[in-house]
Write a protein of this length. Structure first.
Length: 357
């Protein structure tokens, strides 16, 4: 079968690789229909290996060496393991990608994304940028009939956004700002809107991303490329700043802005990953009693079904997808344009053509 294999920095190849082994007792074999590219994949291409265990065996997954990329994907189940009951062949499913043990302390209290043995398909084990993949059945959720394959693969990143907004404990009717509405930021905005947060402000440096954001939710926009973002936020919040500031850009300037526009007693949620350690004025944050919250991944049982429902009942998929490409074109039409900032939304990869339902 065809698969996108990661061999190292700037070395992703579309190879013919062996078919996956038969699914284990609790697993399913999925014929992948679509996968989408994450900023994490781009980071691995440019600067990796960062999370991929190319040269050292991963303690949880046991994988070492070249790896099939792809942790945002959906498809159709073609075979199931002996103990799988709720998932049947023929069912279209969205997958969560993160694998958890179910027995450690974190799993027992429902924080499966912090599992002591956590690993992710497409980062520490073979993933879904391939024609077929074996995955645990418990990370699969049915895709609603009205949801297209092109958009079903977005269920994983939207689930990440839903988890992040839950972590923020934002209150409906209180002001919230999203800094950066690129790949994950657009989903964060959708999740914040679904949670009833508002009024909502969005800060970005791209006019096109800001225009897309206005179609996702009722917002006020601030273009940081041609105006002073701090002053604009304070003007729009009566000089007090926002109750919740969600930093989704991963930029040092975004983090600095977040600390300057959060109001006394407010909260900052860190979503974007900083490439290098950043200084923070903890004295200032302490004197203003500002909470700082972090987030990672999602919890399948809580977030994935809701994600699929939102995608099925809204136009979000159409709004955030920039292009749909073939697997053979992954690097030239997907990865490289993302590196060069020539995309304005999610890039979806057609791993194989399945009949839409």
């Amino acid at each position: 079968m065809k698969a996108a294999m990661y061999y190292g920095r700037e070395d992703i190849r579309i190879d013919e690789v062996p078919e996956p082994t038969a699914p284990g007792s609790g697993d399913v074999l999925v014929e992948v229909s679509r996968a989408s590219i994450c900023g994490t994949d781009v980071t691995e291409y440019l600067s990796g290996p960062v999370q991929i265990p190319l040269n050292r065996r991963h303690v949880a997954s046991g994988h070492q060496g070249p790896l099939v990329l792809g942790h945002e994907f959906a498809g159709r189940v073609v075979a199931v393991g002996s103990s799988v009951e709720e998932i049947r062949p023929g069912l279209r499913v969205g997958l969560g990608a993160g694998v958890w043990c179910g027995v450690c302390e974190w799993c027992r209290i429902g924080r499966t994304n912090l599992c002591a043995s956590y690993y992710t398909l497409g980062l520490q084990a073979h993933g879904g940028l391939a024609e077929r993949v074996v995955a645990p059945a418990r990370m699969c959720r049915p895709v609603p009939d009205e949801l297209s394959d092109d958009h079903a693969c977005l269920s994983q990143p939207l689930a990440v956004a839903l988890h992040a907004v839950r972590r923020a404990h934002g209150e409906p009717g209180r002001s919230a700002i999203v800094i950066g509405v690129g790949g994950i930021g657009s989903f964060i905005l959708a999740a914040a809107h679904a949670a009833g947060l508002g009024p909502l402000l969005v800060v970005d440096v791209s006019k096109r991303r800001l225009e897309t954001a206005t179609r996702i939710a009722p917002i006020q926009t601030i273009n940081a490329s041609d105006q002073d973002a701090k002053s604009a936020v304070l003007d729009l919040t009566d000089g007090d700043g926002a109750w919740l500031v969600i930093e989704a850009s991963g930029s040092s300037s975004g983090l600095t802005l977040a600390t300057r526009v959060v109001r006394r007693g407010g909260r900052i949620l860190i979503v974007g990953m900083q490439e290098t350690p950043q200084p923070l004025d903890l004295r200032d944050l302490a004197l203003r009693e500002v909470d700082m919250v972090t987030t990672v991944a999602h919890v399948c049982d809580t977030d994935l079904s809701q994600s699929l429902t939102i995608l099925a009942r809204s136009e979000l998929g159409k709004l955030v997808v920039d292009r749909v490409i073939d697997l053979d074109d992954l690097v030239p039409l997907g990865i490289r344009p993302m590196v060069e900032k020539q995309t304005h939304g999610k890039v979806v990869v057609r791993t194989r053509q399945l009949e839409e339902t």
